[in-house]
Design a protein around this ligand. Structure first.
Ligand SMILES: [Zn+2]
Length: 291
């Protein structure tokens, strides 16, 4: 069992869902920084959540969850693209609360003025940003509230993480369009599935594989499983993106930087890849040459 996402459908019903399991990719991401235990758990939950949300999109591109706050926790973000590549990063100051690794509430309750952004960046087309209040005790509950209020698609999300493994489960009741569909509805189905979904324990979500989880929860239902999708750590950084960043800060700032740093060094915070720009290269981005 490794890093994967399993979609599922309840036959003859408008219910769909996803189960996500992260292991190697999570460990790779958490090894890139020396994160406190509670931050590891929060990042694991954020990564599971983005992998779940990514599959609800029908676009090529990426989706990210980003928490911003004042206080000891500054920001954290997790991202997943349509290829199943995930990455994450967080910045915070030392805080004794972060030594306890329970669930995301350990960090959420320390946040001051927090905001959670859901960013959707299609390869082509307009970006979307949703803002989610972080006023629930866990990340999963904040996200469910978002679906209830904005998308109005009944959704249950369960997230769990340790420093080694993370897991997530999402189940949705999709809108029923035709009258025919309306008539075939089993009114007890959603309440029954919701109740079953909530019986999963955090350790089951992180330690069992997707088919075991789905069997444990929904063995009375007819569950259809399409092929699993592989998730993996992947970074979208490149020298070209670094060049764009230099162009954005402008020629004046680049000249100033070169006075004390030549070549200009840029390290990707997500994957620790090192990029370097000689003075000739950096100035060349602005069509200028060394004088
Ligand atoms: Zn990178």
């Amino acid at each position: 069992m490794s890093d994967l996402r399993q979609r599922f459908f309840i036959e003859n019903s408008p219910v769909r869902g996803e189960v996500v399991h992260l292991e190697h990719a999570l460990q790779t991401i958490l090894a890139q920084r020396d994160y406190a235990p509670a931050i590891q758990v929060l990042l694991g939950e954020m990564l599971s959540a983005t992998a779940l949300l990514a599959s609800t999109l029908k676009i090529k591109g990426r989706i990210s969850l980003q928490i911003q706050a004042s206080g000891t926790f500054k920001w954290g973000m997790a991202e997943c693209n349509h290829l199943g590549e995930i990455r994450a990063l967080a910045d915070y100051e030392e805080d004794p609360h972060f030594l306890q690794a329970e669930n995301s509430s350990t960090v959420l309750k320390t946040l001051q003025n927090p905001v959670l952004f859901i960013n959707i960046e299609p390869e082509f087309g307009e970006r979307y940003q949703g803002i989610v209040p972080l006023d629930q005790p866990t990340l999963a509950r904040c996200l469910m509230q978002y679906y209830d209020l904005s998308a109005q698609i009944p959704t249950r999300i369960i997230l769990a993480s340790t420093a080694e493994r993370a897991g997530g489960l999402l189940i949705q009741l999709l809108p029923r369009n035709s009258e025919e569909e309306q008539q075939r509805v089993d009114e007890d189905l959603w309440p029954r599935l919701t109740m079953l979904t909530e019986t999963i324990k955090p350790a089951e979500l992180t330690d069992l594989n997707a088919s075991e989880i789905l069997y444990r929860l929904y063995n009375e239902e007819e569950v259809r499983l399409p092929e699993v999708e592989v998730l993996q750590f992947g970074c979208t950084c490149s020298k070209a993106r670094c060049a764009t960043a230099l162009q954005q800060i402008g020629i004046v700032a680049v000249r100033e930087t070169l006075e004390h740093e030549n070549p200009i060094n840029m390290d990707c915070q997500f994957c620790n890849t090192h990029y370097s720009f000689s003075a000739e290269e950096a100035l060349g981005l602005f069509g200028e040459h060394l004088s």
